[in-house]
Write a protein that binds this ligand. Structure first.
Ligand SMILES: Cc1cc2nc3c(=O)[nH]c(=O)nc-3n(C[C@H](O)[C@H](O)[C@H](O)COP(=O)(O)OP(=O)(O)OC[C@H]3O[C@@H](n4cnc5c(N)ncnc54)[C@H](O)[C@@H]3O)c2cc1C
Length: 146
């Protein structure tokens, strides 16, 4: 059964004519079965096939590809990940926070490369991100002033 109401779930779903394929019927014999057609599943499938072209990979999605958070998010390719850098440093130490930040910067650049390499038609823009900071003295003065 093709589910039509997915287009009402997100802005992105309304910006392209996307017609999902017919639901899979029957049985498949595969090396890897991935459950979920979001970024995690699609990326896993893509990278598995890239590393091992002969690997039999099936991606199973119960609704339509992008039905979950991947199809409804803000669309920002950014270094933020749940915890702020400051909280990450407090919890795991400055070195781990530095590594995490570096990893995320690589991930952001990698996504840009992937969009270019695969010619993904997604109006991608890579404007950079502004990170602001202030000096301890100014912060102290501000806090005292209030
Ligand atoms: C409102 C919002 C805004 C966000 N904004 C951003 C942003 O700007 N930038 C950013 O980097 N991140 C953002 N995120 C986070 C990001 O969207 C998620 O981290 C990411 O999409 C998670 O991808 P996923 O593939 O793990 O999960 P999902 O995209 O949720 O994919 C899971 C898929 O599995 C399917 N599924 C579930 N159960 C089954 C089953 N039993 N059988 C088959 N299929 C199943 C679902 O239908 C779904 O399609 C945002 C998230 C939200 C909610």
């Amino acid at each position: 059964m093709v589910k039509e109401d997915f287009r009402n779930k997100s802005y992105w779903m309304t910006t392209r004519d996307y017609v999902p394929g017919d639901a899979f019927q029957g049985e498949l014999d595969v090396d890897v079965a991935i459950v979920g057609g979001g970024f995690t599943g699609l990326s896993s499938a893509y990278h598995l096939k890239k590393a091992e072209p002969n690997m039999r990979v099936a991606l199973l999605e119960s609704e339509v590809v992008g039905f979950g958070a991947s199809g409804r998010n803000g669309g920002f390719n950014m270094t933020l990940f749940g915890l702020t850098l400051g909280i990450t440093a407090l919890r795991f130490g400055k070195e781990k926070a530095r590594q995490a930040q570096h990893y995320m910067e690589q991930a952001v650049d990698y996504l840009q490369e992937l969009v270019t390499e695969l010619k993904i038609d997604c109006d991608y823009e890579h404007p950079g991100i502004f990170a602001g900071g202030h000096l301890g003295k100014i912060q102290t003065a501000h806090c005292q002033g209030n």
